[in-house]
Design a protein around this ligand. Structure first.
Ligand SMILES: [Zn+2]
Length: 126
């Protein structure tokens, strides 16, 4: 892919990264904040003890979401690196061209459709 063609994708990736980084920070604040809040409320409002179970459950979901976002963030970072190196848009497995249609949907994907499917098949067999 030509540098000029990479430019819009770079813009999208940087925007996506900023949003995700903001989200991850916000989620971390929310996860930590809810704990402090629950502890603060415990001393003044003993009736909240009954809600602690659901609070813990919600917190777990928040942290799990953060995990996924961190994986995406890593993929965005390496996609930006591939743009810098001029190899963005090439599959890291077979070095074939990743169709723009696919990059429009998942701009941070390192794999073409074929290799992504192959990897999924491997997962199923293992
Ligand atoms: Zn491939």
């Amino acid at each position: 892919m030509k540098k000029l063609e990479m430019r819009p994708f770079k813009k999208i990736l940087i925007g996506l990264r900023a949003r995700l980084q903001g989200d991850v920070n916000a989620l971390a604040d929310a996860a930590l904040g809810s704990t402090a809040e629950a502890q603060g409320e415990l001393s003044s409002l003993p009736s909240h003890l009954a809600d602690l179970g659901s609070d813990t459950f919600e917190q777990d979901n928040t942290l799990r979401l953060m995990d996924n976002e961190e994986v995406v963030l890593e993929q965005i970072e390496s996609a930006l690196e591939r743009i810098e190196n001029g190899i963005y848009g090439n599959c890291i497995e077979c070095e074939g061209r990743i169709p723009k249609m696919r990059l429009n949907v998942i701009p941070y994907t390192p794999l073409c459709v074929k290799c992504a499917n192959n990897l999924e098949d491997d997962d199923n067999w293992n």
